[in-house]
Design a protein around this ligand. Structure first.
Ligand code: FES
Length: 171
């Protein structure tokens, strides 16, 4: 992500400032997002760091965050929205309570990752409590299939092991 940061950060607009943003539905959140944006507006290529911090702090980028960030950076809303929608990291909806991220890169595939992924995807299909996602190499190839459960790395994941590790998560 670091290597692509500057390439995708739009150039600041010249000319008049964008129209003021409409009043956000959650003024407290808007104030927090504004504070994040203002604090990071001085860094080089500020948009991506701001969006990462918004996701870190609030879990996702709400539609109402876009005009706030655009205003602080003197960008158009379309510029901000374009970056938000380009990167998967900048989710637009609140995260589920739990997240399973399974590696589907080659080394883990060779050790049976697809069966674990298919099992997890099937088990949690339609769940609002658990999200199943894919990652491509966690640097734990020798101990694959690898994955993270709520951010904690686990090795040698099988469907049964994954079921056991997530046993207490509500369906
Ligand atoms: S390929 Fe899965 S951790 Fe590297």
């Amino acid at each position: 992500m670091t290597g692509t940061t500057e390439r995708w950060t739009p150039v600041r607009q010249r000319g008049p400032s964008p129209a003021p943003a409409p009043a956000p539905a959650d003024p407290e959140r808007a104030a927090s997002v504004r504070s994040i944006a203002e604090e990071l507006s001085g860094v080089r290529g500020p948009l991506l760091p701001i969006l990462h911090e918004v996701v870190e702090t609030h879990g996702f980028v709400h539609d109402d965050d876009v005009p706030v960030i655009a205003e602080v950076l003197n960008l158009s809303r379309a510029d901000v929205l374009g970056v938000v929608s380009f990167y998967h990291d900048f989710r637009r909806t609140p995260p589920a309570a739990h997240r399973v991220a399974l590696c589907r890169a080659e080394a883990c595939q060779a050790r049976g990752a697809e069966a674990t992924y298919a099992s997890a995807a099937d088990r949690w299909a339609g769940s609002t409590e658990v999200e199943v996602g894919e990652v491509f190499c966690l640097g734990n190839c020798a101990l694959g299939p690898s994955g993270t459960l709520d951010g904690t790395l686990h090795a040698r994941l099988t469907p049964d092991r994954l079921d056991a590790l997530t046993e207490e998560w509500a369906r």
